[in-house]
Design a protein around this ligand. Structure first.
Ligand SMILES: [Zn+2]
Length: 332
């Protein structure tokens, strides 16, 4: 049994309190390997941003949970070495059961999500409450994210055909009954790189597909029901046309990629939205620069020279998000 404080990590409580006050959102970047972790730490140290290192169940399968939590410890020490201590949380993304959450909490995660959003309301409440009771009774308080409403799209082991907006009438009761520390909601974001079908979108002057706007009216109603309570947005990648172009130019096929425009995320970050999850954008940046390097340097076979430029592109992407989209730069 390891407590997250032994790893130098923090839970999300203080981060969210400051984010709420400062009108910004904490980035939750998913990671599965060393290059992603390095890029996240470099970007967040450079911009002075707190960060949530996020692990999905797919990442646990791919990289092993023990390795990932020791990488999180490494991230804390790496940040220090780079010259700046920043708050770092290790968070389980889309925990599917009490047992999984318990396992992560006991192995050093400082925060977990229990995703009961696919269950009937009362079962979601009961499951989330059970995880909260366990997480909050630890020697070091572990924070818990619950979810109401369903996001469309596919991400690792989570998938749904249709979205279902969060019902504002439910949030107050849910938060009160479960004791959750934050709440993921569905207001029009979506998992994966194809967030909308082309027929749901309009086109701008450059032919880029523009999705329907987020439902800020629902967000505002939720804020009125639970003022000051930290809200989380999943599926909030912007799927930059620049990366898609590089990928397609070098042999990739990513038909109908559509993301959430960054100005909408900036607006959300200024509200009660305290955590914004970004995974697909990192995948795209990495794939774009791996493809580019391989195409431009066919003689290259040193993985460091292939993954190095991808890591640099990732770092730039993350720093841009902290500075210009989430507004978390300087929040550490
Ligand atoms: Zn998600």
């Amino acid at each position: 049994m390891t407590s997250y404080t032994e790893l130098g990590l923090v839970n999300t409580r203080e981060m969210f309190r400051k984010a709420m006050e400062g009108g910004y959102a904490i980035p939750a970047y998913n990671f599965n390997n060393m290059e992603q972790m390095q890029a996240i730490v470099q970007a967040c140290v450079e911009t002075g941003s707190p960060v949530i290192l996020q692990v999905s169940s797919g990442a646990r399968k791919y990289a092993n949970q023990n390795i990932l939590r020791n990488m999180a410890r490494g991230a804390v020490e790496y940040a220090r070495e780079l010259g700046r201590e920043i708050p770092i949380a290790l968070h389980l993304d889309h925990g599917s059961s009490f047992e999984l959450c318990k396992d992560c909490i006991e192995s050093g995660f400082s925060s977990v999500m229990i995703d009961g959003s696919h269950l009937p309301y009362d079962e979601n409440v009961a499951l989330t409450k059970k995880v909260c009771e366990f997480a909050h009774s630890q020697k070091d308080y572990v924070t818990v994210e619950g979810e109401l409403g369903v996001l469309a799209g596919v991400e690792d082991d989570v998938s749904a055909e249709h979205s279902q907006y969060t019902q504002p009438e439910e949030v107050e009761d849910f938060v009160k009954k479960t004791g959750a520390d934050s709440l993921a909601i569905s207001i029009g974001t979506s998992h994966g790189r194809t967030k909308f079908k082309p027929e749901q979108c309009t086109k701008d002057a450059n032919g880029v597909l523009i999705p329907p706007p987020l439902r800020f009216d629902i967000l505002e109603e939720i804020e009125r029901k639970i003022p000051g309570f930290p809200i989380v947005l999943h599926g909030a990648s912007s799927v930059a046309a620049e990366y898609v172009r590089i990928i397609e130019k070098h042999g990739g096929h990513l038909k109908d990629s559509v993301g959430i425009p960054e100005d909408q995320l900036r607006r959300a970050a200024k509200s009660a939205v305290c955590k914004i999850n970004i995974d697909s954008d990192g995948r795209l940046a990495m794939t774009a620069y791996i493809r580019k390097t391989l195409a431009e340097k066919p003689e290259e076979f040193d993985p460091r020279n292939i993954l190095g430029p991808a890591r640099e592109a990732l770092k730039e992407l993350y720093a841009h998000k902290c500075r210009n989209v989430l507004g978390s730069a300087g929040g550490a």
